[in-house]
Design a protein around this ligand. Sequence first.
Ligand SMILES: Cc1ccc(OCc2nc(C(=O)N[C@H]3CCS(=O)(=O)C3)cs2)cc1
Length: 344
Amino acid sequence: MENIEALREEVLAEIEKAADLQALEDVRISALGKKGRITGLMKNLGQMDPDQRREFGQTLNTVKDQVAEAIETRKSGLEDAALNARLVGERIDVTLPSRMDETAGRIHPISQTMDEIISIFGEMGFALAEGPDVEDDFHNFTALNIPPEHPAREMQDTFYLPEQEDGSRLVLRTHTSPVQIRTMQSKTPPIRIIAPGRTYRSDSDMTHTPMFHQVEGLVIDKKTHMGHLKGCLLEFVKTYFELDEVPVRYRPSFFPFTEPSAEMDIGCSRKGGELKIGEGDDWLEILGCGMVHPRVLAACGLDPNEYQGFAFGMGIERIAMLKYGIPDLRTFFDTDLRWLKHYG
Ligand SMILES: Cc1ccc(OCc2nc(C(=O)N[C@H]3CCS(=O)(=O)C3)cs2)cc1
């Protein structure tokens, strides 16, 4: 029995000393394998008398279990150590700057502004509506109560495409209003849409480019009135400029497609050449708006006695210039990467 105890101590010591999984496996084979030292003792059982065999056998099984358990424990320890060694060796420091050249793409300020405005009105229940950039005379002018001799139809304002075979003239739309016309022709009220997109006017100076972006909105329902218009637009400017309160004022204006028409200003301060929205005693024009003219409703097949609506329109470049402090409109389209990196 003493030599079983001596062998147990010897094997347990070898297990503890095993420096890696292979060394441990070698100890296991040398102790418990077919020709192992513990297995070998089992062969002696045959020469013993029953009492001796029972006692020896129990002791031997106990030692086998203890050695097997010690091997498993040591194996788990070695596996954990091997895993930790890998984790340390293969650790990636995610805080290190990328080796990639940092010219990652950016969203253009115009796209950012449009997306934000669309999202704000989306939250207010407006659906996104789009339409063609090339429009016909009816959808871009006539249906909007813009009479034949109106200056907006002049060549110095509007881009005309070559005359069609039937003599009609197509234009590059001068506003996104045709989208609202098409919507009123195809959908039954209530209507709440926001119509963003490119618009074109034959203009070019520091505050005008031949192509620019607009977002217009339209609400058509029963008993809609100016209070709805003012509540809706106030909510928009508070959310867009991230202010709890924004002073606004409405100045009477004229657009053929709305009556009454107004321009909405927000309170701001320009002290020291720095523009601050929402405070001060100065004013900044943000958008135009008004109640949809009855003739426009009628042109789309809606009865002005049954339905009323309001509409508004804003220039995206103008809004983005305000929010991002961009001085020159033309820089939006210079594709200067330094500019895009700065404002993007
Ligand atoms: C059927 C329909 C009926 C009415 C509509 O009114 C859209 C409106 N737009 C304005 C307006 O002031 N727009 C300008 C703002 C700056 S801008 O980009 O130059 C164009 C006022 S009301 C539109 C569609």
